[in-house]
Design a protein around this ligand. Structure first.
Ligand code: GRF
Length: 205
């Protein structure tokens, strides 16, 4: 399976997926990395691994349709069959979601459906979790559909929130969980073990 990774930031999830591929854990490969941010570390990581790395931002297109076309063309050129959002902070055009129905994954740093949705990203998630006095948090891998962070959940892992946790210390531990479950979820997907029925996804062991 040819995987495209979309990222806006440092690319630690991209690195985790790459490591799993290099270890032979995931029987697929990353054929494309795209970022809306021309200075994203994720693009540097791609280049260092000789993976086509493209800066593609909606700001450089006259319309969402033109941007969607550019994205779709990139995916076609690289034979992309699975799209993994990894710290990607922009909306995926609905025409791309339709075209890759049930083949776009995202990792979110909380236990969806809690602490998800518009505006819930990065450190804000952990600030909200701590402010609410939650005793557990974690990470979620889900299918991307038209509703932000509301697609079928593929995999989740819980961790305790420590009494002395700050949003930063919690973010660090949750990010480590992302690095653990995202490659596992992608592996299941590539091996055809993720079944999606309506709004539910199940992973066969
Ligand atoms: C992190 O906040 C992570 O929780 C979310 O995207 C951000 C950066 O990820 N998924 P990465 O280090 O660029 O993979």
């Amino acid at each position: 399976m040819n995987i495209a990774v979309l990222a806006s930031g440092g690319g630690s999830n991209l690195r985790a997926i790459l490591n799993a591929i290099q270890k032979g854990t995931i029987p697929g490969n990353i054929t494309l990395v795209v970022s809306n941010n021309s200075t994203a570390g994720a693009l540097e990581i791609a280049r260092a691994h000789n993976i086509p790395a493209h800066h593609c931002s909606q700001l450089r297109y006259p319309s969402e349709e033109a941007f969607a076309d550019a994205l779709a063309r990139l995916f076609d050129q690289h034979g992309v069959t699975l799209i993994a959002l990894a710290g990607y902070m922009k909306k995926i055009p609905s025409v791309v979601i339709q075209r890759y129905r049930n083949r776009i994954l995202n990792v979110h740093p909380a236990l969806l459906p809690a602490y998800g949705g518009k505006g819930m990203y990065g450190i804000r998630v952990h600030q909200a979790v701590i402010a609410s006095g939650e005793k557990v948090s974690g990470a979620t891998v889900h299918i991307v559909d038209e509703e932000y962070d509301r697609g079928p959940i593929v995999m989740q892992k819980r961790i305790d929130v420590h009494p002395d946790d700050t949003p930063e210390s919690l973010a660090k531990r949750v990010l480590a969980v992302e690095h653990e479950i995202y490659p596992m979820a992608i592996k299941a997907f590539v091996e055809g073990r993720v079944k999606i029925e309506g709004r539910k996804a199940t992973v066969q062991s």
